[in-house]
Design a binder for this molecule. Structure first.
Ligand SMILES: Cc1ncc(COP(=O)(O)O)c(C=O)c1O
Length: 499
């Protein structure tokens, strides 16, 4: 007897699923404003909800959606909440949520333009828009990646190809050279990974201590290059960070560009987080110098409010991208003819093969909101962060660690007794510093467990600090003030822990 397979394309079914999903999305978006951010359910319980053998028999789609509502939604981390003042995980714009479903419906394979004729062209446009938004300039080229980590790897691969194109065929050993990459010690781990994956070795990444404001110390980097050169190292790339992961600091990009020019190193700017600051009207010129970069990382899934994943690498010369990554894939049809300038075959220009149509959600978000809305949203977040920074200093025992350059501020609870002990710089000072670090860790985890707000604790120059990032466009003055209101009591409780 022939097996009867359900037809998943049955229109009435799709309508039903769509209606249900739509109301689930609406409900979630409503709930994200007030729901607890962290779910306290123990992992054993979560496992018990999903630990079952491979289902041999299916079930109706609405029943699957019921399971989603019962077992998934209540246990998510609501990092889309306005009270999530946390890592770089934004509240996605509703249109970009739907864009993801539409992209999946079309299922264009953005590896080759033959199978994504319009998608490839949209990606080209989106890349130019990101170039313009960051201040890199719209005369750029590049592609979307699965995030900043892969964009940074791609940027350093472009740098390596400039330094030694023969590596593609013969490997590093054949060059007989040793390549080094320079950045401040506030760098994101992805750069360590990139040097590792490229075969340079993570020791080739010189992580030079930052200045007290968490920005790169250009003189120290220049000195490191000089000293390395004397020992036979080639400076392959200098990385400027536009929005460090911990403090949100912006490196002096102009000075780093000068240094790169002088030393012949590739200049890569990691603007994974800070790229959108290029749109600010109230704080113009924050990313000055980015236009001199050879390549730029920017994550639309951070400050451009689109859902994961949507990273990008931008650079100037398409030929250099092609030369760095070109692959022969005889099974992939060439671009369809008729044009002198065919759409990009992205598999020839970057690390990925099959690629999602992620350009769609960025295109829709920017078309729907417009760059002026983004500029206002970014400015509001920059203002809110400064408002917090100003107000926190007026609460006894609380002070700023690194002043905000972007929409991130780091701060500390530092009771007088501890501040005094640290200032003495004697044997007791180290113990007091440890205590102060532990206090910040305790405060961050207490805030997280309570579930109304979310902040983290992170090392910055001078020791561990609390870190607040206004990352949701839903966060407003009332959120910031409500969080500030919790600090005096939090400080008292933390103070009670000092022995
Ligand atoms: C400065 C910086 N670069 C790169 C990344 C990596 O981005 P992704 O997590 O999208 O890979 C991050 C992530 O937080 C970051 O802060």
């Amino acid at each position: 007897m022939p097996t009867q397979l359900p037809d998943p394309n049955l229109n009435p079914l799709v309508e039903e699923i769509g209606k249900r999903v739509n109301s689930m999305i609406a409900e979630y978006l409503d709930g994200q404003q007030t729901r607890r951010i962290t779910d306290p359910t123990p992992v054993e319980k979560l496992r018990s909800l999903f630990d079952e053998p491979l289902p041999r028999q299916g079930m109706p789609p609405l029943d699957v959606l019921d399971l989603y509502a019962q077992r998934v939604v209540p246990h998510t981390m609501v990092s889309t909440s306005p009270g999530y003042l946390g890592l770089m995980n934004p509240t996605p714009l509703p249109i970009s949520i739907y864009a993801d479903a539409l992209a999946s419906t079309l299922n264009q394979n953005q590896a080759a333009s033959h199978h994504s004729p319009v998608g490839s062209v949209i990606e080209e446009t989106v890349i130019r828009w990101l170039g313009e938004a960051t201040g890199y300039g719209s005369d750029c080229y590049g592609h979307l990646t699965s995030g900043g980590t892969i964009a940074n790897l791609t940027g350093l691969k472009l740098a390596l190809h400039q330094a030694a194109p023969e590596v593609r065929e013969f490997g590093l050993v054949e060059t007989g050279r040793r390549f080094a990459v320079y950045a401040s010690d506030q760098l994101h781990f992805s750069l360590v990974r990139a040097t590792d994956v490229l075969g340079l070795g993570s020791k080739a990444l010189r992580s030079v201590p930052a200045r007290p404001d968490a920005t790169a110390d250009v003189e120290a980097i220049a000195a490191a290059i000089d000293s390395d050169r004397r020992q036979g190292w080639d400076p392959m790339a200098i990385v400027g960070i536009a929005g460090t992961t911990a403090a949100g600091a912006i490196d002096p990009l102009e000075e780093l560009a000068d240094l790169a020019e002088k030393t012949g190193a590739w200049f890569h700017v990691d603007a994974a987080y800070g790229g959108a600051a290029g749109l600010s009207k109230e704080f113009p010129g924050l990313l000055r110098g980015i236009e001199r970069a050879d390549s730029v990382t920017v994550d639309a899934h951070k400050w451009f409010f689109v859902p994961f994943v949507a990273g990008a690498i931008l650079f100037r010369d398409p030929e250099h991208g092609l030369a760095s990554f070109k692959a022969a894939a005889t099974y992939i049809p060439p671009p369809r003819g008729g044009s002198q300038h065919p759409p990009t075959d992205y598999y020839q220009h970057g690390l990925a093969g099959t690629r999602r149509f992620d350009a769609l959600k960025i295109w829709m978000a920017l078309k729907h909101m417009g760059a002026d809305w983004y500029a206002n949203a970014v400015d509001r977040q920059l203002r809110l962060t400064r408002r917090f920074a100003e107000k926190v200093e007026s609460i006894p025992g609380w002070n700023i660690a690194v002043a905000p350059a972007t929409a991130i501020v780091t701060f500390r609870y530092e009771p007088e007794r501890i501040a005094l002990a640290i200032s003495k710089k004697d044997a007791e000072a180290e113990r007091a510093l440890q205590q102060r670090n532990a206090l910040q860790e305790w405060i961050a985890s207490t805030v997280q467990e309570e579930g109304r707000f979310w902040i983290s604790a992170t090392p910055v120059p001078g020791g561990t600090a609390l870190r607040l990032n206004v990352i949701s466009y839903l966060t407003d003055e009332s959120t910031i003030d409500a969080f500030l209101d919790t600090l005096p009591e939090l400080g008292n409780r933390a103070g009670g822990m000092i022995f």
